[in-house]
Design a protein around this ligand. Structure first.
Ligand code: B3K
Ligand code: ZN
Length: 876
């Protein structure tokens, strides 16, 4: 298929004012009647054929204004329906189709999950239900009649408000009619039918309207839906307070399903979720699961304004709703929990996924300008970097002007399909500033690299920062222009306190943010005594890499004194990263690793600082991951050497800090019953990091401690943490605990996913066979995306040494799975194939083996467009 280009955008020839759907659910023969009121688009060029999209459907009948069309008057193909000579003015088009939801393994369109009916339409799934102009700039008012067997589907849910329901006389069937008064693109259409139980509540909006809330789950799991419901209420309240956004329908329903291609979906008034992001109880969900549930509930709810009321003109504008909504959910979680800890966690994710994407063959701009398969662009770049771009707007403009820009955006574009230009124009206008250079953040791919050189002039009391920015080439973009970069700066004086920031000749720096705009520039800061250390990019104000000429002493100083919690954490990470990279080189050269007492000392100081929150200390104690180190090294990567260097450091920390870790471990023991709140979760997080470091050297006493924690735990966080620690040590305790875990939770697929994932991540050579064995386990299934992601996804994305085995067997396992999965669910197969995205950065032996794996994929006939796109770009 030819690529689709942003520059080819044309407004639709026909608009759809209303859509009336009548859907009679049946396991294999679901009948869909659709009635569209079409009218020519006044903005289009002139009379045009009606071209509707379709995917794997055939029309049973087509009528225009009630009159059946002759077969020869329209053209039906596997991917659409064309009416070459439609009426000149508005008309009503009725199309009947029949679809088989039970045969739908792609989980796009209408499908079944645990016997229930559900839909997924974003990006292009609606065309698998009926023929339609499947593009987000066609917004219509939908009325949906859903009919089903009363026993098979007692619950029938649709978008909008319920306006009618009843029995179909003389049959075993019943129906419900839902009406959504808000015009929407078809990707936001949804319906659900099934046997479901619910947790319900009512919410009173800021203007006093009452909204009925429901969280629907498979019958019997209602107990586990309570946390999601509370998170929804918190999200609704927060959006009113933080952004002035009120909910607009009388109902808001969420449905959890077990088979889902991604996390969740923001369908208007009827969000559908992967049940992984709904179901939680202390015994089955970890603290991290609770936090994810809260964040995903918020994210999907926030889409009601950023995505639904204001949608995207075309799929190139995806970041308009996704980046903005991620920014909003990050802000929400920061307000609900600890802001610094949330920032650190988000930056870890950004660097771990987006920086990696940006550094490899799949790099693309936040707003891509071409695609072959849009589902492959729901990426860390569009989502996470997209959120950073919005955050930079806030940093550049300040909170108030940022909020004014948001308000203008909501007023001006409500009810419409917008573009990134229109979004940014709202901020430029509200703040009275020029943001044309800022648009480069949407257009240029790659991670900017800043080189910072300091010059102190003790006599003049000035510090000069010479800052050069470089944006490396990315596919299709050999050379770049300088970006506008908001660099939040701190000056930590010799006594450890912050100094005011004044630019010679300019006065105080507004909010401490230096705004870089040129390839190289120098900032002269005045009133800076000798011994001052600059703290650069505080709070990670810009998504860039920084190479600064800070010494280890400077970094240890910042680790001890920086008032910015993010940079205090960053200083420790940078120290660790420098040590690890040095030791990786030493190991590859056959030498002995360097033990750095200074680093251990810096960590000990943080551990001893009782003013710091446990959740924060846990982040400081978590040294860079194998993926982080590989990314920082960037070329000729040897995953085995990285693993050994990291293990050596973990063992050293476990030995040198043992007494402190042991004391903390005891002191942080849970006192009351389990509660998922952020403070309690933080205590568990730190305690479990202590346990893991204590066990790192492999002392039997520490292994026994982990084994005891495993069996005594009253919650999944502590049980899972102990199991994860045990999993790193090839001991009888490990196998005993793994066997126990399976027996305990065998009835619970979501919990068994943790068991699959943990085993897939064990960094030893036996894991390959273990994973092969688990893939044949009765609890595993290629048909369920969560199972695939847990077992094969974790192996490919999170087991650096074993996926990257020098003999290529890890690659072979993943390629085999991609091929087996492609015929079942191409979207999930394509996502799995992105595990190869860093292949060029590997050392030669592994690089050749990874390339051979990609080439085996490329050489396979009848690859899906999804996988073919990833493979070709990866090799390109
Ligand atoms: N908008 C959906 C993602 C749809 C993915 C389609 N392949 C969930 C979200 O971002 O909120
Ligand atoms: Zn989203």
């Amino acid at each position: 298929a030819r690529p689709i280009r942003l520059s080819d955008y044309r407004p639709p020839d026909w608009l759809v004012d209303t859509v009336d759907l009548d859907i009679a659910l049946h396991p294999t023969r679901t009948r869909v009647r659709s009635r569209l009121r079409l009218r020519p688009n006044p903005q289009a060029a002139g009379p045009a054929a009606v071209v509707l999209d379709g995917d794997d459907i055939t029309p049973l009948s087509v009528r225009i204004d009630g009159v059946p069309m002759a077969d020869s008057a329209y053209l039906a193909t596997p991917d659409g329906l064309t009416i070459p000579q439609p009426p000149a003015g508005p008309f009503v088009l009725e199309i009947e189709t029949e679809i088989d939801p039970s045969a739908n393994t792609k989980l796009m369109g209408l499908y079944r999950s645990s016997g229930n009916y559900c839909t997924q339409c974003e990006a292009e799934g609606f065309r698998r239900i009926t023929f339609f102009p499947d593009r987000p700039d066609v917004m219509a008012v939908y009325t949906t009649r859903i009919e089903a067997d009363r026993d098979e589907a007692p619950v029938l849910l649709g978008n909008g408000n319920l306006i009618e329901q009843g029995d179909v006389p003389g049959t075993t069937r019943h129906f419900a009619v839902w009406h959504d008064p808000f015009p929407k693109p078809c990707y936001l259409f949804a319906l659900v039918g099934g046997r479901l139980g619910a947790r319900t509540a009512t919410f009173t909006t800021m203007s006093g309207r009452t909204v009925a809330l429901g969280v629907y789950v498979e019958s019997g799991k209602e107990e586990r839906a309570g946390y999601a419901l509370e998170a929804l209420e918190r999200s609704m309240r927060w959006d009113e307070q933080a952004f002035g956004r009120e909910y607009d329908l009388d109902v808001f329903n969420i449905v959890a399903v077990a088979d889902f291609n991604m996390g969740a979906m923001e369908n208007k008034g009827l969000n559908i979720f992967n049940d992984k992001y709904i179901l939680a109880s202390p015994e089955t969900a970890t603290d991290a699961d609770y936090a994810h549930i809260e964040a995903v509930i918020a994210h999907e709810y926030f889409h009601n304004w950023t995505g639904n009321r204001i949608t995207c003109r075309d799929w190139f504008q995806l970041c308009l709703k996704e980046g903005l909504t991620v920014f909003r959910d990050q802000e929400f979680s920061s307000d609900m929990r600890s802001r610094p800890v949330k920032r650190i966690a988000d930056v870890r994710v950004l660097r771990g996924h987006q920086f990696v994407e940006d550094a490899g063959p799949l790099a693309h701009p936040v707003r891509p300008d071409t695609y072959r398969e849009i589902n492959n662009f729901y990426t860390a770049t569009v989502y996470e970097k997209g959120a950073e771009v919005v955050r930079m707007l806030e940093t550049l403009l300040g909170r108030e002007r940022f909020r004014a820009g948001m308000d203008l955006y909501f007023t001006r574009h409500d009810g419409r399909a917008a573009t990134v230009e229109e979004f940014v124009a709202c901020f430029a206008e509200a703040a009275g500033t020029d943001l044309s250079q800022f648009m480069l953040w949407y257009a240029q791919a790659g991670t900017p690299e800043l080189a910072v050189t300091r010059r102190d002039d003790a006599q003049a009391g000035t510090l000069s920062l010479e800052i050069a920015q470089v944006l490396p080439p990315t596919p299709g973009q050999p050379s770049k222009l300088p970006m506008v970069i908001p660099l939040a700066l701190g000056l930590v004086g010799p006594d450890g306190d912050d100094l005011p920031i004044r630019r010679a000749g300019h006065g105080p720096v507004e909010r401490g943010v230096l705004v870089l705009t040129r390839a190289a520039e120098t900032f002269v800061l005045e009133g800076v005594p000798a011994g001052t250390v600059p703290s650069l990019n505080r709070g990670f104000s810009a998504p860039v890499k920084i190479n600064a000429d800070l010494t280890s002493d400077d970094l240890r100083f910042l680790a001890a004194h920086d008032s910015d919690p993010f940079n205090r954490w960053q200083a420790v990470q940078t120290l660790a990263s420098e040590l690890l990279i040095e030791n990786v080189a030493v190991i590859r050269a056959g030498g002995a690793v360097r033990h750095d007492g200074g680093f251990v000392h810096a960590l000990a100081a943080v551990l001893a600082d009782e003013r710091l929150a446990p959740a924060y200390v846990a982040q400081v104690l978590s040294i860079p991951s194998e993926g982080d180190i590989a990314r920082d090294i960037g070329r000729d990567v040897d995953p085995e050497a990285i693993y050994l260097a990291r293990q050596a450091l973990r063992r050293a920390l476990g030995n040198d800090l043992a007494p402190t870790l042991r004391i903390l471990y005891e002191r942080l023991r849970q006192d009351g019953p389990y509660s998922p709140d952020a403070a309690s979760a933080g205590r568990r997080a730190l305690r479990n990091v202590c346990l893991d470091l204590l066990a790192a050297p492999g002392h039997p006493a520490a292994i026994a401690l982990a084994a005891a924690q495993y069996s005594e735990a009253d919650n999944m966080t502590d049980r899972m943490a102990a199991l994860a620690t045990l999993a790193l040590h090839d001991t009888p305790e490990r196998e005993a605990a793994l066997a126990d875990f399976f027996e305990r939770f065998r009835a619970d697929p979501l919990v068994i996913d943790k068991w699959f994932a943990l085993q897939a991540m064990i960094p030893d050579p036996g894991t390959l066979d273990r994973v092969r064995g688990l893939a044949a386990h009765p609890a595993f299934s290629l048909a369920n995306p969560n199972r695939v992601r847990a077992l094969i996804g974790s192996f490919a994305q999170a087991n650096h040494t074993q996926f990257n085995r020098a003999d290529g067997e890890g690659y072979r396992l993943v390629v085999d799975t991609v091929l087996a999965l492609d015929g079942v669910n191409p979207q999930v197969a394509a996502r799995l194939a992105t595990a190869f995205r860093s292949w060029r950065a590997l050392e030669p032996t592994r690089r050749a083996a990874a390339r051979a794996g990609l080439e085996r994929l490329a050489g396979t006939a009848s690859l899906s467009r999804d996988v073919a796109d990833i493979v070709e770009r990866s090799l390109g």
